[in-house]
Design a protein around this ligand. Structure first.
Ligand code: ATP
Ligand code: MG
Length: 779
């Protein structure tokens, strides 16, 4: 095939071009933020297609988020500039693995319509196993076990493969439960997240023919953000690339921020060993940020040891310095950011007006989001939350999804359990137990169990009629859903054999969703609910049904939801983005706000308390990721007080602030505001040098703060960090929450009694402690 002209190559610098044109053999692009790694990777896909080296479906490209995959798809589409015949396999590890696993599910004892459990289901299942094994849940909280199992799955260990030393660290209890958990998942025809990769690795390892098929199929493999792959992902890639070795990985060791989830930065450092003769390309020109922003980021990351060390340069215009400001508390910070966003939008900040889409607020911990959401709602500033506590995690959405799950996969017992008596159908514990027992006796799903129980007359009264209505409803909805093509291939044939008559009441899958919610009585339940949240919940349900429109059927939608990391319900309105630093990886925005730079929040308390520097260095890389998202405007802020889970905490400015090179920072915080002596030396000298006291004392902000100070005593810096100022808000903790204690380390709350908490500590065992001595570990 004759090569078409390649304008996309003209946009690249020589080093990028080298990486793009080296199509055969292993290539590693190891370079700092904003140097055009992702751009080069995208161009490489286009180049493969343009030169006719590969057909779209022979290319496999792995991105870290679904958002990144979407962007790459768009970019490839644009660059090709003509209707591409088919698209490459482009998605996250999970999204790609779920597709593959559906084809080979039977090899690991699953059916192709398996469901993917979320964390809630996972915990519910583990709780059942813990109870069935007579294990003390106080010592072995389900969440802790879930964490251990996830960790093992990230390392690609099946229950049999967990090394003895690991297993004995948990008295072999962990491996026992892990084994039972996996069996139970199989019975339920379900997987959890970790399984998607683990199963595929297992299949590739055990079935050479399947592996060989995919090695032939995916002739060119590309991986973005390679520094954040975990062992399971790494093995999966190595197996797939094993034959042809046409693999191109790009990454940045300074941006490895998922160590806590099992990512191994070592994977990127080992690349040349795994793939001898690999071409290593380094990029040094940054095209994203102004020199001040780049210098600030470089200054911070320099504090890490054991880096490969990369110098970045840019020929962008100097622009403004990174701005730094301190606030009295988190609300004040949110208010100020809101004002800044509006000023940037209006163009009254001395730089060109920016659209809301051009701005992002990147937080360290998702609990920081609320203050911004509240403030933006108050002032009517449109915003979107990416990641974080999500739409799809809300109660009503999860109930509705459970209905959809039962309808698409009637053997999904966890979903059935969730909805069988929601809304109330007069089925008490006894009746529900009967269903369980019947199902177990007959070795069938709960739905079938219920059917048998009804036929045998084993259930009476009002409950019987309502349960029958539910079972019949599910049958009816399932028939329609099957018609939409949710059922596995062999079932689809069955439908056709039955004749082309569509099921009674055939409607589109969007209408079906509405029908399910209405006929089941779920909508009515919230209509009759008098609590203040009910109207919001009904709104959310509407939103959910609307979201279905862009999918082919219910199963496609369910799959999407279990995989998404960002919950944008897109419309064209311009919005400020709010997201965690973790979710911001790979993205860029003209203006970035980095709030909450306080010791204990960022870096997190956990990383500061750890012995060794590992945790702290990961936090520093996160700071580097944050700053390097900014193109023109970067604003860092901190607050002296913050309400976290109902408790006032005072904090010192982040130690990372001291690491910002002075000459690239403009300090907006006035001196004296915090009673002097606040912050470390470097910061202080800047405060004194750079701000004019007179201006400060006349500012409305100062007056406001003074007023507040008379109402609420300010914690002195020498007081214990994270001290509880308002001790009445202890109920902020919930059973099951992971917390941290200075002396006993991490643990999980098992009971709450006044201000005393029972905590199962991971190392120290169960203890009763006073609430004010612990802090939430949820960051
Ligand atoms: P990160 O490490 O943050 O993921 P990256 O290395 O993947 O960054 P890209 O997102 O690919 O960087 O590129 C950063 C910005 O620079 C993008 O806006 C991109 O379009 C632009 N860019 C990349 N290469 C060039 C180039 N050769 N000429 C002009 N602009 C470029
Ligand atoms: Mg990138």
């Amino acid at each position: 095939m004759a090569a078409r002209p390649a304008p996309y190559l003209d946009d690249l610098n020589p080093a990028q071009r080298e990486a793009v044109e080296a199509l055969e053999g292993p290539v590693l692009m190891l370079a700092g933020a904003g140097t055009g790694k992702t751009k080069a990777l995208t161009s490489r896909i286009v180049h493969l297609l343009n030169t006719g080296k590969a057909q779209p479906n022979e290319i496999l490209a792995v991105t870290f988020t679904n958002k990144a995959a979407r962007e790459m798809k768009n970019r490839v589409g644009r660059m090709l500039g003509h209707a591409a015949e088919g698209m490459p396999w482009l998605g996250t590890f999970h999204a790609i693995c779920v597709k593959l696993l559906r084809r080979h599910a039977e090899l690991v004892g699953l059916k192709s319509n398996f469901t993917i459990l979320d964390t809630d289901d996972q915990i519910r299942l583990l709780k059942q196993l813990i109870a069935a094994n007579n294990i003390d849940e106080k010592r072995w909280p389900a969440r802790m076990i879930a964490g251990i199992i996830d960790g093992w799955k990230n390392r690609a260990w099946t229950p049999e493969q967990v090394p003895a030393s690991e297993a004995s660290a948990y008295n072999n209890r962990g491996t026992e439960i892990y084994d039972q958990y996996q069996r139970r998942l199989r019975d339920l025809n379900a997987t959890d997240f970790g399984d998607l990769l683990l199963h595929m690795v297992t299949i590739f390892q055990k079935h050479e023919d399947v592996l060989a098929q995919y090695q032939r199929w995916f002739r060119y493999i590309m991986v973005d953000e390679y520094q954040d792959t975990n062992v399971a992902q790494y093995l999966w890639l190595r197996l797939l690339a094993g034959g042809h070795r046409n693999i191109c990985c790009v990454g940045d060791d300074d941006q490895s921020i998922y160590g806590w989830r099992g990512a191994e930065v070592g994977n990127i450092l080992r690349f040349e060993k795994d793939f001898p003769g690999a071409k290593v390309v380094r990029l040094e020109q940054n095209y994203r940020s102004t020199p001040h922003i780049l210098a600030a980021a470089s200054g911070v990351i320099r504090g890490n040891e054991g880096r490969l060390g990369k110098e970045l340069w840019t020929d962008a215009e100097e622009g403004e310095k990174v701005r730094l400001i301190g606030h009295w508390d988190g609300d004040e910070e949110a208010r100020w950011v809101g004002e800044e966003v509006e000023a940037l939008q209006r163009g009254t900040r001395g730089i060109r007006p920016l659209s809301l889409d051009a701005m992002a607020i990147l937080v360290r911990a998702s609990h920081q989001m609320r203050a911004f959401e509240d403030r933006f709602l108050t002032i009517g500033l449109p915003y979107r939350v990416i990641g974080g506590p999500r739409f799809y995690e809300r109660l009503e959405i999860r109930d509705a999804m459970a209905y959809f799950r039962v309808v698409t996969s009637p053997e999904d017992d966890l979903a059935f359990e969730r909805i069988v008596n929601t809304p109330k159908r007069g089925l008490g514990d006894k009746a529900q137990q009967n269903i369980q027992v019947t199902a177990r006796q007959h070795g069938v799903s709960l739905l079938e169990g219920a059917r048998i129980l009804l036929a045998e007359g084993g259930i009476s009264g009002k409950g019987a009629g309502q349960l029958r209505a539910l079972v019949e409803g599910i049958d009816r909805w399932h028939a329609v859903a099957r018609w939409h093509g949710v059922a596995p291939a062999e079932d689809a044939d069955a439908v056709i054999e039955e004749g082309p008559t569509p099921p009674k009441g055939l409607v589109s899958h969007v209408e079906l969703a509405q029908v399910i919610l209405d006929e089941s009585g779920y909508t009515e339940m919230w209509q009759n609910d008098k609590t203040p949240e009910a109207p919001g919940r009904l709104e959310n349900l509407k939103e959910l049904v609307k979201a279905l429109e862009s999918f082919e059927n219910l199963q496609g939608f369910l799959e999407h939801v279990s995989l998404i990391m960002d919950n944008e319900t897109e419309n064209s309105e311009e919005k400020v983005s709010i997201m965690t630093l973790h979710a911001a990886k790979g993205l860029e925005f003209p203006a970035v706000f980095l709030p909450g730079w306080e010791d204990g929040l960022f870096p997190s308390q956990r990383s500061m308390d750890e012995s060794g520097l590992k945790g702290l260095e990961e936090e520093r890389r996160l700071a580097y990721v944050g700053i390097t998202r900014a193109e023109e405007v970067c604003t860092i802020s901190f607050a002296g007080n913050r309400r976290v889970f109902g408790q006032w905490q005072s904090a010192l400015p982040s130690r990372f602030i001291d690491e910002l090179p002075e000459e690239h920072v403009e300090v907006l915080t006035p001196p004296g505001l915090y009673g002097g002596g606040y912050g470390a030396a470097g910061m202080q000298s800047q405060l004194h040098d750079k701000a004019s006291r007179a201006d400060v004392y006349n500012s409305p902000g100062w007056k406001r703060m003074q007023e507040r100070q008379t109402h609420r005593p300010m914690a002195q810096p020498q007081e214990v960090r994270n001290q509880v100022i308002d001790a009445s808000a202890i109920s902020a903790y919930t059973v099951g929450e992971r917390v941290f204690h200075q002396k006993f380390g991490y643990g999980c709350i098992t009971a709450i009694e006044g201000d005393k908490l029972d905590i199962a500590f991971e190392k120290a065992g169960p203890k009763k402690v006073v609430a004010k001595f612990i802090m939430s570990a949820d960051d």
